[in-house]
Design a protein around this ligand. Structure first.
Ligand SMILES: *[C@@H]1O[C@H](CO)[C@@H](O)[C@H](O)[C@H]1NC(C)=O
Ligand SMILES: *[C@@H]1O[C@H](CO)[C@@H](O)[C@H](O)[C@H]1NC(C)=O
Ligand SMILES: *[C@@H]1O[C@H](CO)[C@@H](O)[C@H](O)[C@H]1NC(C)=O
Ligand SMILES: *[C@@H]1O[C@H](CO)[C@@H](O)[C@H](O)[C@H]1NC(C)=O
Ligand SMILES: *[C@@H]1O[C@H](CO)[C@@H](O)[C@H](O)[C@H]1NC(C)=O
Ligand SMILES: *[C@@H]1O[C@H](CO)[C@@H](O)[C@H](O)[C@H]1NC(C)=O
Ligand SMILES: *[C@@H]1O[C@H](CO)[C@@H](O)[C@H](O)[C@H]1NC(C)=O
Ligand SMILES: *[C@@H]1O[C@H](CO)[C@@H](O)[C@H](O)[C@H]1NC(C)=O
Ligand SMILES: *[C@@H]1O[C@H](CO)[C@@H](O)[C@H](O)[C@H]1NC(C)=O
Length: 436
């Protein structure tokens, strides 16, 4: 066994026993990533920071049991969850499918590529057309699925072994009248995400078509109820959110909107981020959501675009130390490389209108960065970018002091330019990312 394989053995042997990966000890050891490649399935890749840009990424395994056009991934412990776009369970259906997998390590003579991958655990219908997103609640008992074309979100119970139950709820959304977005972006309700907040008490559904956020109270998979709706300006196109716990009762929420190309910073007050307090509080405080700041993803200030599909901001994430925020920009009228916008983050309840400060941008070295994610190490040393149209996965090295990317350290191609956006990588996550 070479050094690389023995690293894998060590890591995944302990995974089997403890259901948690050890925190990386050396910055130079190989990292593991998972990619939802729409044309093929879920790839397991290794990234070796010591190798050259063109050889540092290597495909270890291709799992083809994730349905038609897998488009989203999330991991928790030793499980991976994914959602497929349509054709579940067969081509006769137009619904998406929700899937769970167990990570495994296997080494044998026939397993020349390292034997790292995932085995199928379960699948159910996502309850609508256009499976696009799934999330697991903090306590691991509930999984959500968003169906962008079916205008629905489904909720399912999740067992400890990762088996997904049939839907306990399917929420349907309606548009009273079309929004101003061009190119069919706002002719129906398009839930793009159904994400749980860090306390696990709430689920936020971002509806791109309706310019709304639906907020739900969550108390396990059989107790999910809508408590309010946030109405955003026409043509906003809310897409994805991420959260940062500020203290035991306040969380910041960062919402990226793809039609007006902005990030909105909200405070959520009244959340119970302390596990003990949450467990022992019978009546939840009222959730108070307040918009604090709106910034452009295309440059400094609060400029927002017309919803004309020229730019479509896609993903928002924060570095693990909370000091920097990143947003991927997709420009649809040029084949030039797309960009990541970079902000410094200034949580200060006395001056929340200056929470995010635009610093600049870096190239994604590819076209249409539908999704990207940051490495789970303390310093957030790397960003992995899934460029959907150029069909390449790029790893950028990050400077933890300036927030900028210093150099490209990985680049692997999965195919040629695909303007249909039905083949390329749609999501990328890092092993160990459940630790943050
Ligand atoms: C199902 O549809 C996909 C995509 O159109 C196609 O590639 C596949 O061959 C079909 N499978 C069957 C069993 O018809
Ligand atoms: C959408 O319409 C369906 C069918 O008319 C209805 O059952 C459902 O309650 C509506 N949903 C919302 C969020 O208004
Ligand atoms: C939006 O529609 C215009 C006009 O039909 C077209 O030229 C453009 O390519 C479309 N943009 C996208 C992102 O589909
Ligand atoms: C959390 O921070 C907010 C804003 O500064 C403050 O109003 C609240 O009292 C804090 N909560 C706790 C438990 O300290
Ligand atoms: C809170 O409750 C959950 C689920 O019952 C339990 O796993 C967890 O240990 C509890 N945490 C605390 C701090 O009481
Ligand atoms: C889209 O809107 C922006 C302003 O937000 C404008 O600069 C641009 O010319 C518009 N593009 C098209 C194709 O209408
Ligand atoms: C709020 O932050 C902005 C931008 O950093 C700064 O110009 C302004 O002086 C600050 N205001 C207060 C009251 O601190
Ligand atoms: C990121 O942007 C900074 C500032 O413009 C630049 O110095 C750096 O070389 C860029 N990084 C990459 C990987 O292109
Ligand atoms: C990344 O790889 C692709 C495909 O091999 C290649 O076309 C492109 O030039 C590479 N980009 C960089 C920055 O290495």
């Amino acid at each position: 066994m070479n050094a690389f394989l023995s690293f894998l053995f060590f890591t995944f042997a302990s995974l089997v026993v403890t259901y948690a990966l050890p925190i990386r000890e050396s910055e130079s050891s190989p990292h593991i990533l998972y990619v939802a490649l729409q044309s093929r399935g879920i790839l397991t890749l290794s990234f070796d920071p010591c190798a050259s840009v063109q050889t540092s990424l290597e495909i270890l395994d291709t799992n083809t049991h994730a349905g038609f056009m897998p488009g989203w991934l999330m991991t928790r412990g030793d499980k991976i969850y994914s959602i497929s776009r349509t054709h579940f369970p067969t081509n006769a259906s137009i619904s998406g499918g929700l899937f769970s997998f167990k990570k495994y390590w296997r080494y044998g003579e026939e397993d020349t590529h390292g034997g790292l991958g995932m085995s199928f655990v379960s699948s159910v219908t996502s309850g609508g057309v256009g499976g696009v997103y799934c999330d697991v609640s903090r306590d691991g008992r509930t999984i959500s699925a968003a169906n962008i074309d079916g205008s629905s979100v489904s909720i399912h119970a999740l067992s400890e072994s990762g088996v997904i139950g049939e839907a306990s709820y399917v929420f349907k959304y309606n548009l009273s009248h079309p929004g101003p977005g061009t190119n069919g972006s706002q002719v129906q309700s398009n839930p793009h995400e159904a994400i749980f907040d860090p306390s696990g008490q709430y689920m936020f559904v971002n509806d791109r078509g309706a310019d709304r956020i639906y907020i739900y109270n969550v108390d396990g998979p059989y107790s999910v109820a809508q408590i309010s709706t946030v109405v955003l300006p026409p043509g906003t196109g809310p897409r994805h959110s991420t959260f940062r716990v500020f203290n035991s009762t306040r969380t910041y929420m960062y919402l990226v909107s793809e039609l007006d190309n902005t990030v909105r910073v909200f405070t959520l007050d009244g959340v119970l981020n302390d596990d003990h307090v949450r467990n022992t509080t019978r009546n939840r405080p009222t959730l108070d959501l307040t918009l604090r700041q709106t910034v452009s993803t295309l440059g400094p200030g609060s400029y927002s675009t017309s919803p004309n599909d020229t730019y479509l901001a896609a993903e928002v994430v924060l570095s693990n130390d909370g000091q920097f925020a990143y947003v991927s920009n997709r420009a649809t009228t040029t084949f030039a490389s797309d960009t990541l916008a970079i902000y410094s983050v200034h949580p200060n309840s006395a001056n929340d209108s200056a929470h995010l400060v635009y610093l600049g941008k870096n190239e994604t070295y590819g076209k249409i960065p539908r999704h990207f994610s940051l490495s789970p190490d303390m310093n957030t040393r790397y960003a992995a970018v899934a460029n959907e149209v150029t069909q390449n996965l790029v790893i950028l090295e990050r400077d933890a002091t300036t927030g900028f990317m210093t150099r490209i350290v990985g680049n692997i191609s999965f195919g040629t330019l695909d303007v249909t956006q039905t083949l390329g990588p749609a999501a990328v996550i890092w092993e160990g990312s459940e630790l943050d």
